[in-house]
Design a protein around this ligand. Structure first.
Ligand code: URA
Length: 268
């Protein structure tokens, strides 16, 4: 194969994997270096030790970052303090490729908390959640049940955009989850609406599919044992690609509207 063809194939692979920007002009050199570093050593006790040590370092870093995130959350007494702490946090590598830290936005005393997956390109550029195409659809759905964006609080599982909008890894979710949980506690909504599988998996700690989870009331327990009703529904980006599913999402929004009419009280 010619060099040009090889490069074309590699670039096509990157595009299909969701990469849509580069972070420097030494990408290929970096890859070659990484390949040399991670190439298997000759068989023997040394090589097994080398590989195990690398894996252990990685998981130790994740555990340390998660612990650091938890400690920061304990210091945050309100959303603006938490926002500052999240913006200064260096424990999640996604921050290196993101332009902005996209923290939650909206009414900090809202009855309804909406949780999406992670910022996309528009949110990363603007620094606010759900401001792109998905956000416009979300606003229409809220409007249809008599709500404006300013009435609710909207946030994401991750405050940084995964490159190319790829699905967040388990490690990224684990590291950032304390920030989301603290936002839930500080807003203390009457109901939580989870938009899509990543939010449902992270908040409900399940691997059940979104089709199975959506449409029925579940519960989220705060650290003080108070339980908040939670409804999972489809992500607006999914609805933009699968308009046949909009009817189900619409029924979820009606379910949420009905629940709020039950005169729920804020429990914190
Ligand atoms: N998708 C999300 O999950 N969150 C955003 O903020 C935007 C798009």
């Amino acid at each position: 194969m010619s060099d040009a063809n090889e490069i074309k194939n590699i670039l096509q692979f990157y595009i299909s994997a969701g990469v849509d920007e580069t972070c420097g002009n030494d990408v290929f050199k970096i890859e070659q270096k990484a390949a040399v570093q991670s190439s298997p050593e000759p068989l023997g006790a040394g090589s097994a030790f080398y590989q195990r040590a690398a894996t252990t370092n990685l998981s130790q870093n994740i555990i340390a970052s998660k612990q650091n995130a938890r400690e920061l959350c304990a210091k945050a007494e309100n959303l603006s303090e938490l926002k500052e702490l999240v913006s200064a946090f260096e424990g999640c590598a996604l921050k290196l490729t993101a332009k902005s830290t996209v923290f939650g936005a909206g009414n900090p005393k809202a009855d309804i908390l909406l949780i999406g997956e992670a910022p996309g390109a528009d949110e990363d550029r603007v620094g606010l959640p759900f401001v792109g195409r998905s956000g416009r659809l979300l606003e229409k759905m809220l409007f249809a049940v008599g709500l404006k964006r300013e009435d609710v609080y909207i946030t994401n599982v991750l405050p940084w955009r995964p490159p190319g909008n790829r699905t967040p890894t388990d490690a990224e979710v684990a590291i950032c989850l304390p920030f989301l949980k603290r936002q839930i506690e500080l807003v203390c909504p009457k109901v939580i609406l989870l938009l899509g599988a990543s939010a449902a998996d992270a908040v409900l700690d399940t691997t059940d599919s979104i089709s199975k989870l959506r449409g029925r009331w579940l519960e989220y327990e705060l650290s003080n044992k108070v339980k908040i009703p939670v409804l999972a529904s489809f992500h607006p980006a999914f609805l933009l690609r699968n308009s046949a599913q909009k009817a189900k999402a619409w029924s979820d929004f009606l379910r949420m509207e009905k629940k709020l009419k039950e005169n729920l009280t804020k429990s914190c």
